[in-house]
Design a protein around this ligand. Structure first.
Ligand code: CA
Ligand code: CA
Length: 292
C-alpha cells in the first residue's frame, strides 16, 4: 500500500496538475484528506463568512494510474474511511434551504467519541463516514473542487462509503485520481451546504476497467447499482441520474429503453444527494437499483 500525504492536495480536477504518485492498477492507496476548509476551522469563532483563498474541498492527489487511457474507467473500491477526532459544521445567512431563517453565521465543533458524533449531552449518534469529493481530470478545462460533473468531483453521494466500487471515467492518460472532503456524517441533501466536515484517511484499491467507456460516474455494491447526476437544480440532477440508470440497464442487462424506463419507475429509488439551493453548489441525485 502507498500513502499520499495531505500535504499533497489540489483545489481542482485538471489535467495540468502534476501527479504526486504513479501506481499500477490493483494498488491500495491511503489518501490522507483535509477537511473542506483545509484545516483552517479549529474553533467556533471561525465562521464561514470568508472563503478559503484557494477554494473549498482540497482533494489529495492526483494519482496517476499506469495504462489508463481515455475510454477506460478507474474502479475505486473504498476499503476504509478513518475519521479525525473532531469536525465542524455551520450555517450561513441566506444560503441553503433554510437560509432566510438564519440571521448570523454560526459554526459548531463536534467531537467523535468511540464512533459516535457528540452533538450535545443528550444527542449522540453513530458516524456515517462518506467521501464528498472523488474524481478524475476532465479532458478540457479544469473544474474546481466545489463542482460535480461527469468527472466526479463534489458529488456528495452518501453511497460513496466503505464497500462502494466507484466507477470513474478516464478522460486523460493515466486518469489523475484525487479524493477529499470526507464527512463524518451528512444528511441526504446537505441542506445547510455543510456536512460534518472532518479530516480523514481514505483507503482504496484502484483498479482499471479497460474499455468500460462510461460517460460519467456510477457506483457498484454487491447488491445494487447506483447511477449519478448533477444539475443547477435538483430536478435536473434527478433527470441525469435517471437517464444514466436507464443507459446502465440497457448496457448491462440488454433491456430496451422502454423496459429500462419501466423497471426504473417500478423499482429504482431516486435519492437526493445534494440539495441546498440557493447556494453556490450544483444539486446532485442518484438512483439506487437492486442487482438482479
Ligand atoms: Ca462536498
Ligand atoms: Ca463537505
Amino acid at each position: 500500500m502507498i500513502r499520499i500525504s495531505r500535504d499533497q492536495i489540489v483545489y481542482s480536477f485538471d489535467r495540468r496538475n502534476p501527479p504526486v504518485a504513479t501506481i499500477d492498477a490493483g494498488t491500495e492507496v491511503c489518501f490522507e484528506t483535509w477537511d473542506a476548509r483545509s484545516g483552517t476551522v479549529q474553533s467556533e469563532r471561525e465562521l464561514f463568512n470568508r472563503p478559503h483563498p484557494k477554494g473549498p474541498n482540497p482533494a489529495t492527489g492526483p494519482v496517476a494510474v499506469r495504462r489508463a487511457e481515455p475510454s477506460d474507467a478507474l474502479v475505486v473500491e473504498i476499503l476504509d474511511i478513518a475519521l479525525g477526532s473532531r469536525g465542524f459544521t455551520g450555517v450561513r445567512p441566506r444560503l441553503g434551504v433554510l437560509g432566510p431563517l438564519i440571521a448570523d453565521y454560526r459554526t459548531k465543533m463536534l467531537d467523535i467519541v468511540n464512533g459516535m458524533v457528540v452533538f450535545s449531552d443528550r444527542i449522540r449518534f453513530p458516524v456515517r463516514p462518506m467521501v464528498g469529493v472523488i474524481g478524475t481530470a476532465p479532458a478540457g478545462e479544469g473544474v474546481g473542487n466545489i463542482s460535480p460533473g461527469p468527472h466526479g468531483g463534489n458529488m456528495d453521494h452518501n453511497d460513496v462509503r466503505v464497500g462502494a466500487r466507484v466507477h470513474l471515467p478516464v478522460f486523460v492518460p493515466e486518469g489523475l485520481l484525487a479524493i477529499g472532503d470526507v464527512h463524518a456524517s451528512m444528511g441526504d441533501g446537505e441542506i445547510s451546504i455543510t456536512a460534518l466536515e472532518i479530516c480523514g484517511e481514505v483507503t482504496a484499491r484502484v483498479e482499471l476497467a479497460k474499455g468500460e467507456g462510461i460517460a460519467r460516474p456510477w457506483i457498484e455494491f454487491p447488491d445494487c447499482w447506483i447511477s449519478t447526476g448533477e444539475g443547477p437544480v435538483i430536478g435536473d440532477a434527478i433527470r441525469v441520474a435517471c437517464e444514466e440508470m436507464i443507459a446502465l440497464l440497457q448496457r448491462r442487462l440488454g433491456l430496451s429503453v422502454e423496459d429500462a424506463y419501466m423497471l426504473t419507475s417500478i423499482r429504482g429509488d431516486v435519492r437526493v444527494s445534494q440539495c441546498c439551493e440557493p447556494s453556490m453548489l450544483a444539486a446532485t441525485a442518484r438512483v439506487v437499483m437492486p442487482r438482479f
